[in-house]
Design a protein around this ligand. Structure first.
Ligand code: 13P
Ligand code: 13P
Ligand code: MG
Ligand code: MG
Ligand code: MG
Ligand code: MG
Length: 381
């Protein structure tokens, strides 16, 4: 069967400020997913949250960008929004940026990552397992560095030296500034790895869209690389990307995929979506409650049976004492960075400040600037 994995995530309201969705919102999304499985739209589904963003992880056979699947997710987020409104929660419906998308919801606010493959549990995939990354308070290129290291650097993924991976992976890199349709370049690692790095270093403009095995021509990773402010014309929240990454066998093992997250690398996001702060790996269903408003990422793992159903349980990759050490590192890096407050590298450049109000403040001051007559070059002549 041709199986599609779809992950659609949105921030549609949160309790006590921008911390987490309410239990009633989560229960509603769970119930809707249950109905969609019962009526045959979905084969399986799983609901979790990262900070105040609700992710729906789905398997089905309708392909990527399917209108029914996307409309289902949209309507489900609307149902959660109406609970958020009734309960007076913060940011109800925040990521639903258009009134009613007629087709698929890509470009309408929610983060979407999807990939499809022939699912027969035979060579080269006698078992199918994958993981889902979901981030909150964080910019669109948050996965650029970790995925580059996992798929293009044997210092992080020794598996790249094995026969199924030694030819490397093809990176589809998207220019997120391009708003009239997706503008993508395909570059092969390792041959083009410096070119890939030259693009991916700019987390706010270029993002990994997907990664494909050069040996097996199988898609291994898909990322929701889109900028909300390119969609809405103004920022309404950070982009908070999701990613699907298949693992094991012809692909890197889970530990090779998660190890780059041990860096707690600096990304755009954090408080008011306008700072540069470390990405903290957290267990599923973690609320954003620490000081600052650290960018966070969760990682869930699943196996899929022959019918496309998830294993009876899931793996919560960052729910392990090993990651406590990284969380402490992230917190230490955060304290260091925020000790310089608003100065220079601690905050995002002017064009990337999420809260347009910061720009309004500066604009109103720019109007009051005056050239000093005695300092005019002409005046000196
Ligand atoms: P297991 O022996 O648990 O299968 O682990 C093998 C392995 O290759 C880990 O990367
Ligand atoms: P959310 O995208 O989770 O709403 O966070 C935005 C923000 O401004 C954090 O300060
Ligand atoms: Mg929010
Ligand atoms: Mg959020
Ligand atoms: Mg957001
Ligand atoms: Mg084992």
């Amino acid at each position: 069967m041709r199986l599609t994995l779809s992950v659609i995530k949105a921030d549609v309201g949160s309790i006590g400020g921008h911390t987490k969705p309410s239990s009633r919102m989560m229960a509603t999304v769970d119930r809707e997913v249950g109905k969609a499985i019962a009526n045959g739209l979905l084969i399986d589904g799983f609901v979790c949250h990262t900070g105040d963003d609700i992710a729906i992880i789905m398997t089905h056979t309708w392909g990527e960008g399917d209108v029914e699947v996307h409309q289902f997710a949209w309507k489900t987020f609307l149902a959660a929004t109406s609970i958020a409104k009734t309960s007076g929660l913060y940011g109800a419906g925040q990521d639903l940026l258009v009134d009613a998308p007629s087709g698929n919801v890509r470009g309408a606010g929610p983060a979407v990552a999807e990939l499809s493959f022939d699912h027969s549990l035979s060579s080269p995939r006698p078992a199918e397992s994958f993981m889902v990354f979901a981030a909150d308070k964080c910019g669109p290129g948050a996965y650029n560095l970790p995925l580059y290291l996992a798929f293009a650097d044997p210092m992080y993924c020794a598996g790249l030296m094995l026969p199924p991976m030694i030819k490397g992976f093809r990176f589809h890199v998207i220019d997120m500034d391009h708003t009239a349709g997706d503008s993508v370049i395909e570059l092969d690692a390792p041959a083009d790895s410096y070119h890939i790095a030259a693009l991916l270093r700019d987390n706010e403009r270029f993002g990994i869209d997907r990664i494909v095995s050069r040996t097996h021509n199988e898609v291994v990773a898909a990322v929701s690389a889109q900028r909300l402010h390119s969609i809405a014309g103004k920022y309404t929240g950070k982009d908070d990307p999701v990613a699907i990454v298949r693992n094991q066998g012809i692909f890197p093992a889970p530990e090779e995929i998660v190890s780059p997250f041990a860096k707690a690398h600096f990304v755009g996001g954090d408080a008011r979506g306008s700072h540069v702060m470390p990405l903290m790996p957290v267990p599923l269903n973690t609320a954003v409650t620490g000081m600052y408003c650290l960018p966070i990422v969760s990682c869930t793992g699943f196996s899929i049976d022959k019918d496309g159903r998830f294993s009876e349980s899931f793996t919560d990759f960052f729910d392990n004492p090993a990651w406590d050490e990284v969380r402490r590192l992230a917190q230490r890096k955060a304290i260091e960075m925020r000790s310089q407050g608003w100065s220079g590298a601690a905050m995002l450049p002017y064009s990337e400040l999420e809260y347009g109000g910061f720009r309004d403040t500066v604009s109103s001051l720019l109007e009051r600037f005056q050239v000093r007559e005695e300092r005019r070059p002409e005046a000196a002549e």
